[in-house]
Design a protein around this ligand. Sequence first.
Ligand code: GLV
Length: 387
Amino acid sequence: MPVITCIDDLKRLHRRRTPKMFYDYAESGSWTEQTFRENTSDFDKIYLRQRVAIDMTGRSTASQMIGQNVSMPVGLAPVGMTGMQSADGEIKAARAAERFGVPFTLSTLSICSIEDVAENTEEPFWMQVYTLKDDDFMQRLFDRAKAAKCSAAVITVDLQLMGQRHKDIKNGLSAPPKLTAKSVANMMTKVRWGLGMLGTKRRFFGNVIGHAQGVTDGSSLATWIAEAFDQALDWDRIREFRKMWDGPLIIKGIMDPRDALEALNVGADAIIVSNHGGRQLDGAISSIRALPAIMDAVGDKIEVHLDSGIRSGQDVLKALAMGAKGTYIGRAYINGLGAMGEAGVTRALEVIHKELDVSMGLCGRRNVDSLDRDILMVPNDFEGRWA
Ligand code: GLV
């Protein structure tokens, strides 16, 4: 058993053990990958203020996200094709999350279906919803989430169009993978992954196949996003979704204070400041840099969460101290899943939890609700003075 001390250890194993096509899918940003890179490098520009000789006993990372108890405010973000990183990957990740006491968010673009995950877990999970043109599909998706007892819907609003990720095109990304000389040669070196895939029937987009109309190639993510997703999406349409779902609602993909206000007006319970992990608008600022202006605009009226760029507990601590009530990891847990399956997701959560707990203590704080900007040293021009 390899000694895992940080998310980078899991990432190295993920790369070694999972077909290149799927590792690359996770480890990509769009176009030049500027935003993808800056999501992480901007966290490094914020410093933590060390304090000493403060009683550090009795620390706790427990908190709440949208009123639900969490052992730390770090959810598992929706990630497409998770069941291609490891067989039945969404079920494995959901199980690891429920044991750890953090929310798991199932992507519309998952391999395991809503029903698969519900049947194989105990705790309610959250359902991420993409906005498709097909009204029946949308209503059924919300109904299926309700029948599966999902305790929140997360509507992603930043993918009307798909940002191009060069590697996916070059690798011919699909689920299940198309068998070309190159992909077969690569998959043959991933024995554990291959055995897992042979042992499951879940190799297609489980929420879509047999549910969505008008998709000509159901194995290609890019094709069915181009064909089925609603480029005409607007806030009135999002209001219709609000009516289709009467449970807690989170709107994901907010980068501008004006859009944060719109989400508030629609009646969302929380927003997620997110640039989709740098996978959509390349050239957008990092999500941690976008957070302060959004906190100023709506922070006292709605719960604000953040994803994109979090790879450590220190990053979580910085986002919380800047005002976020919750954070999400995507690639960090996918690295764990691709490296070691369910145990790897648990290990990713343990790593982040320990980093958060110890760093919080070394900043002189004992619980996450007491975190504020005072533990940070933020460069004066961090938020930018944009023309
Ligand atoms: C889908 O959400 C993707 O970013 O690939």
